[in-house]
Design a protein around this ligand. Structure first.
Ligand SMILES: Cc1cc2nc3c(=O)[nH]c(=O)nc-3n(C[C@H](O)[C@H](O)[C@H](O)COP(=O)(O)O)c2cc1C
Length: 311
């Protein structure tokens, strides 16, 4: 069988995601990111172009290290101001039928019980087109915003994520049986109490004793994305991820990451190809090579080195 390539758009609920400076281009509309129309137009365009999905990045804090403060990031609008990525999904789902949504959610700052419900709600509203990109965060500014002095150590964050996921699976998969909701008008029974189970979790990082709030959504557990190529990150992907997002600087580095991820899946009793791998790349299209090259030259004219937070 021929291999299929899957293509996601990569964006963020802000004006300046990965193309610093381009917001100044005369044809750029990214400052409209606060409007439903912007996201609905994009969703329609992606569906028309047969994209598999849109992947939305997110950060829980501000870039305040470069230059010793937040001024450079603020002046260049680098991933700030940034709105909640989950809120725009239903608007895009309403104008599409096939487009998938992969949305970044940070386990360090979202309590599992309420966060699980938010994702279930989105899986219902998209009719099973929803995915979660599991991140643990990389910004101390985000940790400080929640009262911590700094981020939890890298490997500990993955340990917390592992337990977080185990708890999410219990909530999504173990609380409500498929036929728990009867909505039986003549019997006057909406939910069969015998088919709803309490979840008990007493772990190292989380404790919970509750019935889950949402009825099962089309996928129950949404599609799980992850990005991270450290040994802990790869082990986490091997166990949990259905899609891994990698940013590689060369073919060789990409091949090594892909090999490690597939081996990690096998160690968890899965098949190597159970994980889809998405590589991050910038594509500029034109009717001809010359047109694409001309566009690249034009875009470069607006690109901002300072906005890339590069020395
Ligand atoms: C392509 C790509 C996209 C990412 N998007 C986000 C994001 O939106 N939000 C976030 O907090 N981290 C994001 N990350 C960071 C990862 O979640 C992870 O923290 C990072 O890759 C380091 O993980 P590692 O130490 O396991 O390699 C992204 C990473 C990659 C490679």
């Amino acid at each position: 069988m021929p291999k299929e390539i899957r293509i996601n758009a990569f964006d963020m609920n802000c004006a300046v995601h990965q193309s610093p400076g381009l917001w100044r281009h005369p044809r750029d509309r990214s400052t409209d990111y606060k409007t439903l129309k912007y996201w609905q137009d994009l969703a329609r365009t992606l569906e028309r172009g047969l994209f598999d999905g849109i992947f939305l990045a997110d950060v829980a804090g501000i870039y305040d290290v470069y230059g010793g403060g937040p001024e450079t990031a603020l002046r260049n609008g680098v991933q700030v101001p940034v709105n909640d990525p989950f809120m725009i999904v239903p608007a895009m789902a309403a104008v599409t039928e096939h487009l998938g949504f992969g949305v970044t959610g940070n386990i360090s700052y979202e309590p599992p019980y309420s966060f699980a419900r938010r994702l279930t709600t989105l899986d219902h509203l998209t009719n099973g087109r929803f995915g979660w990109n599991i991140v643990t965060g990389y910004l101390n500014s985000a940790a400080k915003a929640t009262g911590l002095a700094k981020q939890t150590a890298h490997d500990t964050r993955y340990d917390i994520a592992a337990e977080y996921l185990d708890l999410m699976y219990k909530l999504w998969e173990g609380s409500w049986e498929d036929d728990a909701v009867r909505a039986d008008k003549s019997a006057g029974v909406y939910v069969d109490p015998a088919k709803v189970h309490r979840i008990h979790h007493d772990g190292e990082y989380f404790r919970l004793d509750a019935i889950y709030l949402s009825e099962p959504s089309p996928q129950r557990t949404p599609v799980l994305y992850q990005a991270g190529t450290s040994p802990k990150g790869v082990a986490f992907a091997g166990r949990n991820a259905e899609c891994v997002f990698v940013g590689a600087r060369s073919k060789g580095a990409l091949a090594a990451s892909v090999k490690a991820i597939r081996e990690a899946a096998v160690r968890e009793g899965r098949r190597p190809n159970d994980i889809l791998i998405f590589a991050m790349m910038t594509v500029i299209v034109g009717h001809t090579d010359a047109e694409a090259e001309e566009r690249l030259r034009d875009y470069r004219h607006y690109a901002s080195r300072e906005g890339a937070l590069e020395p």
